[in-house]
Design a protein around this ligand. Structure first.
Ligand code: ATP
Ligand code: MG
Length: 512
């Protein structure tokens, strides 16, 4: 073997083979460096033509959104822990915007603000991704709201009905039962085929854990996606979470599904955005919020709608939650949201203290859309409930002065008190349509007038059981959306009366 052969075998051949494996294409990657970093934002320099809202990638797999574009430096919202980044660290542009996984594989899962699973149940089984920010459907793609979304809560379904595709604000002070209402609305979708998304923003981990546990116990987890950006997470993650959750919902809506989404809560979302904006040195406005604070919420909630059939026919119902301070519903963020949404459910701490739960203040709450699609049976028994109830409250405060009352007034007061008792409802005790209709009919028709307020809850159960047992066909029709004819009404009243009398006799015999 010549020297050349030996050389070629030991030196050149491996070289040749290595050369074949080399991909000689040039890959361009713009590299920039961090100038300063902290508290959820980074100032970077070195990009030549970065786009607004483009995703950039830091070391340790941390992502960021290019936000403030200036000639000399760029402000980036960091979607991760800024403590792990240092000035001088390199970052690169990605050429895309923030996107999240979508699809049925997400149902039953708990994910973070970027759709990454955090429940320890392994990776998501989906390859499809969609950008988190998308334009809302244009008007021509939208259909009127025409199907009710039953929450199973009497006070809401009767007095402040919500329709599929509507945006209804839940607002109230801290610890007034806001989350409880949203969770009950999700739990009540058991037989309706409505999918749910619960998006927790800036909350304590224990509060989120409680919601997850409630949903699991109520058997709702497998048709729910839980998106969590906790109070300890980066403000950037808290900021994108609701948009990400909406993108996940829109995927189902485009397939013709009805989706219910809860943003809990947008006060904390606004605060996270305010923090980011101040750190990015944007000029502060009212209450130190930046000028586009209205726009960040309106572009989110405008995505809730009911689509026309030719565009999928699905719907997205939004229940944003907002926390007020000292019952001030005319503060900046609450008023913004009141003006964006189609109504609000107001929870009063005073009612909560009195034990009137859920603490819904019917006079201050309104639904600007859902009333038109309320089930006919509800309209028949609770059509004038709001008016009647507010008259009763007025009378009651008047009667407190020890005024002499005529019989008519006294009857109104008695009846109003029974209606008030009927509107009480414990957590997770969501009721189906016939159960609610029976209770409301019994109260408004005066069947409960002779029953002491404390015994109304027991009587309510009696009448609900009675109508389900003796009028099953009628109950089914009511649930399916049939109107309540005079005969139906009489039949229900007769059945309920009989049941109450039977109960009374039973009690008398027991006492004797
Ligand atoms: N209808 C109800 N019946 C009985 N208890 C209720 C009812 N609604 C809420 N609660 C209780 O009231 C407390 C506060 O409820 P919840 O956490 O829903 O309020 P919140 O307004 O969401 O509070 P936060 O401001 O902390 O988010 C909870 O302990 C809950 O169990
Ligand atoms: Mg809450």
């Amino acid at each position: 073997m010549s020297l050349f052969d030996i050389l070629s075998e030991t030196l050149f051949d491996p070289l040749e083979r290595a050369r074949e494996n080399v991909d000689a294409r040039l890959e361009m990657a713009e590299i920039a460096r961090i100038l300063s970093v902290g508290n959820g934002v980074a100032q970077v320099a070195g990009f030549t033509d970065l786009h607004a809202d483009e995703l950039v990638s830091f070391p340790h797999g941390i992502m960021g959104i290019a936000s403030n574009l200036r000639q000399d430096r760029i402000g980036v919202i960091v979607l991760g822990d800024t403590d792990r980044l240092r000035p001088g660290d390199k970052l690169r542009r990605t050429g895309r915007v923030v996107d999240v996984p979508v699809g049925a594989a997400l149902l039953g899962r708990v994910v973070d603000g970027l759709g990454r699973p955090i429940d320890g149940n392994g990776p998501l089984d989906t390859d499809e991704r969609q950008p988190v920010e998308r334009p809302a459907p244009p008007i021509m793609h939208r259909a009127p709201v025409d199907v009710p979304l039953q929450t199973g809560i009497k006070a809401i379904d009767a007095a402040i009905p919500i329709g599929r595709g509507q945006r209804e604000l839940i607002l109230g002070d801290r610890q007034t039962g806001k989350t409880a209402i949203a969770v009950d609305a999700i739990l009540n979708q058991r037989d309706t085929g409505v999918l749910s998304i619960y998006c927790a923003i800036g909350q304590r981990a224990s509060a989120v854990a409680r919601v997850i546990q409630d949903l699991r116990k109520g058997g709702a987890l497998e048709r729910t996606i839980i998106v969590v950006a906790g109070g300890n997470d980066a403000p950037g993650l808290q900021f994108v979470a609701p948009y990400a959750a909406t993108t996940m919902a829109e995927h189902f809506m485009a397939q013709g599904r009805d989706v219910l989404i809860v943003y809990d809560d947008l006060t904390r979302h606004a605060r996270a955005y305010r923090e980011l904006s101040l750190l990015l040195r944007r000029p502060p406005g009212r209450e130190a919020y930046p000028g586009d604070i209205f726009y960040i919420h309106s572009r989110l909630l405008e995505r809730a709608t009911h689509l026309r059939d030719e565009h999928g026919g699905g719907s997205l119902t939004a229940l944003p939650v907002v926390e007020t301070q000292a019952q001030n519903i005319s503060a900046y963020i609450p008023t913004n949201l009141i003006s964006i949404t189609d109504g609000q459910v107001y929870l009063s701490p005073e009612l909560f203290e009195k034990g009137q739960l859920p603490a819904i203040d019917i006079g201050t709450s309104v639904s600007r859309v859902g009333g038109k699609v309320q089930l006919p049976a509800f309209r028949a028994v609770a059509g004038n409930l709001r008016l009647m109830y507010s008259q009763f409250e007025e009378l009651e405060s008047f009667a407190r002065f020890g005024t002499q009352l005529d019989d008519e007034t006294r009857i109104k007061l008695t009846r109003g008190q029974r209606v008030r008792e009927i509107l009480k409802q414990r957590e997770h005790q969501h009721l189906n349509v016939p159960e609610q209709v029976a209770a409301l009919l019994a109260a408004t028709e005066g069947l409960l007038d002779d029953i002491a307020p404390d015994d109304v809850a027991a009587a309510e159960e009696t009448v609900q059981n009675a109508v389900q047992k003796f009028e099953p066909d009628l109950c089914e029709r009511i649930g399916a959306g049939a109107d309540l004819s005079q005969d139906d009404r009489d039949a229900l009243i007769a059945t309920m009366r009989r049941a109450l009398h039977a109960k009374e006799d039973e009690k008398d015999n027991g006492d004797a």
